[in-house]
Design a protein around this ligand. Structure first.
Ligand code: NAP
Length: 542
């Protein structure tokens, strides 16, 4: 049988776009299966999110040892994380280490950005166009372009006029930025802004934070990993990954098994105190299930957290501004922080609530609100991303009959299992909309998706099939299932990237069903059932 991935007219069997956490592992698996693949990466090195986001304070809020790859025992034993929640430089170093250990760099092309890709029906292949003018052909186009990789600047007049330094956090320069003695503004208080603010508050002359809507934040409680703990971690990876497999988010934290109402108010408080004092995401997802599903329990917990904020911020007026009013705790992504609220107790830090005094424009010297102009040396835009679909929109992807992915998804994305889209045969998606990995501890979810897609590609090779495409009915079913899962969580009550909102992108300030909220165990079962049932819902032909 001819190898459908090694045919005439193909530069590569598979082209993987992106050398981040997903692209690295996908290349490893395809290499292992003997399938020719190459990675195209816009950055000058591997790492994806951890390559780009070099802003001060960038770090995990998954436990480091629950975030690393699980596929190689040797790697697990060789690599020692220095902190429970590692910083960006260490994570970038780790991903480079993985790439070198498994000799993956030789199949990675850096400093190349994909501008377009079109499906060539006659030859059943993708033609991938790079910004440098090259065109490469492949049987399978596999996007590993990240869910938070299309950074968005605010739509504020004058952004180009500022004459000082200014960066979006995603594009923080590689060269060290001298902060000492500078007057700095940060716009945005999501997970990124919160990390930057906490990190730089004591390093700059003055820090002015422009906040639109506050988020509910809680302490990370990071610490170094000592030798004894390191040894224990290395001896218990089996249990660590088993635990991650058992929880809805793929984290070491899962919901409390008790129901909210069966526990007395006193015991609830005791649990909440314990969660607030514990490292990591327990404070968000280690709670009673009802807290993220029902208004009453959510309001009670939100009050508990609001009181914590009031205790940590000295000025009562500032404290009230930092307490969210428009959404309950955990209905948007909870930023984990290290002395974030205490930053506002410093004399050199000031909070500007832009709902009270809106930003009118960026000037050549700083920022002008309805209250007047302030001058800055550096403006940091921590203004987020055109999440999940934004990175796809930047590539002109054309499927069967000239169909554009951008147009197909304009009203909201549709996929089958978050992995494929009808009318776009042989396009495989990692970390795109409606997939299981997006709402989980990322590497845990992504390893499963990569393994599953690799098995599908091997199946195609072994059966001599050169084309795979989901059936429209299957896609419709999945879109409804994804939508339905939102009904059970309070996520749908809040405007955030979880629900597809971005005020800085025309047409995106509205609800879209981007994320699979059914939990990892259920998603894993879907994948297994579909494969066991002969890849139910996919047309595999050739
Ligand atoms: P984000 O959560 O979308 O936050 C963007 C912030 O910018 C929000 O506070 C937003 O205000 C504000 N903003 C946007 N446009 C604005 C405008 N025109 N005027 C004023 N304010 C504006 O983005 P992010 O903080 O970069 O985080 C995105 C995601 O990245 C996180 O949710 C998380 O999943 C991931 N992340 C992870 C880590 C980690 O692993 N530790 C760290 C950082 C980020 P509104 O809320 O009012 O829209």
């Amino acid at each position: 049988m001819n190898n459908v991935f090694d045919a005439e007219g193909l530069d590569h069997g598979v082209i993987i776009v992106g050398a981040g956490v997903s692209g690295i592992y996908q290349l490893y698996r395809l290499r292992e299966a003997g399938i020719d693949a190459t990675v195209i990466e816009a950055g000058s090195g591997p790492g994806g999110t951890w390559y780009w986001n070099r802003y001060p304070g960038a770090r995990f809020d998954s436990e480091s040892y629950s975030y690393g790859y699980s596929f190689s025992d040797e790697l697990l034993q060789e690599w020692s994380w220095s902190e429970h929640f590692a910083g960006q430089p260490e994570t970038q170093k780790y991903l480079n280490y993985v790439v070198d250990k498994f000799d993956l760099r030789r199949d990675m092309q850096f400093n190349c950005r994909v501008s377009a890709a079109r499906f060539d029906e006659a030859e059943c292949r993708w033609i991938v166009c790079l910004e440098d003018g090259r065109e490469l052909t492949c049987r399978i186009l596999l996007t590993a372009i990240g869910m938070l990789s299309a950074a968005t600047m605010p739509r504020i007049e004058g952004v180009q006029d500022f004459e000082g330094e200014a960066f979006h956090t995603y594009y923080w320069p590689r060269e060290p930025v001298d902060l000492a003695g500078k007057r700095v503004a940060v716009i945005g208080t999501g997970a990124t802004g919160v990390q930057v603010i906490s990190e730089i508050a004591d390093k700059v002359k003055s820090l002015t934070v422009y906040q639109r809507r506050p988020n509910w934040c809680a302490p990370l409680h990071n610490s170094p990993i000592d030798d004894v703990t390191q040894a224990k971690i290395k001896a218990s990876f089996e249990q660590i990954f088993a635990k991650c497999r058992s929880t809805p988010g793929g984290f070491l934290h899962g919901p409390d098994p008790r129901s909210f109402n069966e526990v007395s108010p006193r015991d609830r408080q005791a649990l909440w105190e314990e969660l607030y004092a514990s490292p990591g995401f327990g404070v968000w997802i280690g709670n009673f299930r009802e807290v993220l599903m029902q208004e009453g329990p959510n309001a009670e917990y939100s009050t508990f957290i609001a009181d914590k904020i009031r205790k940590r911020v000295k000025d009562p007026e500032t404290a009230e501004k930092l307490i969210p009013q428009d959404h309950g705790f955990g209905t948007r992504r909870v930023p984990l922080e290290t002395r974030y609220y205490e930053a506002y107790n410093r004399d050199n830090v000031e909070l500007v609530d832009v709902t009270e005094t809106p930003i009118e424009r960026i000037t050549s010297g700083g920022i002008r609100t309805s209250e007047g102009e302030r001058l800055f040396d550096l403006i940091v835009y921590a203004t987020g991303f055109d999440a999940i679909t934004g990175a796809f929109d930047r590539i002109d992807i054309t499927g069967v009959g000239g169909r554009k992915l951008r147009d197909k998804w304009d009203d909201g994305p549709v996929t089958y299992l978050g992995l494929q889209v009808s009318e776009f045969p042989n396009l495989m998606i990692l970390a795109g909309p409606q997939g299981g990995s997006v709402s989980t501890n990322f590497p845990r979810g992504i390893e499963e998706a990569v393994d599953w897609l690799t098995d599908l590609i091997i199946h195609m090779r072994d059966t001599g099939s050169d084309r795979v495409e989901p059936q429209p009915d299957a896609e419709h079913m999945w879109a409804e299932h994804v939508k339905d899962a939102y009904r059970y969580s309070l996520f749908q009550t809040a405007r955030s990237w979880f629900t597809g909102y971005n005020s800085n992108v025309p047409g995106r300030d509205r609800m879209r069903y981007l994320i699979y909220n059914g939990g990892s165990p259920r998603y894993r079962k879907w994948l297994a059932d579909v494969a066991d049932d002969g890849y139910r819902g996919f047309d595999i032909t050739g």
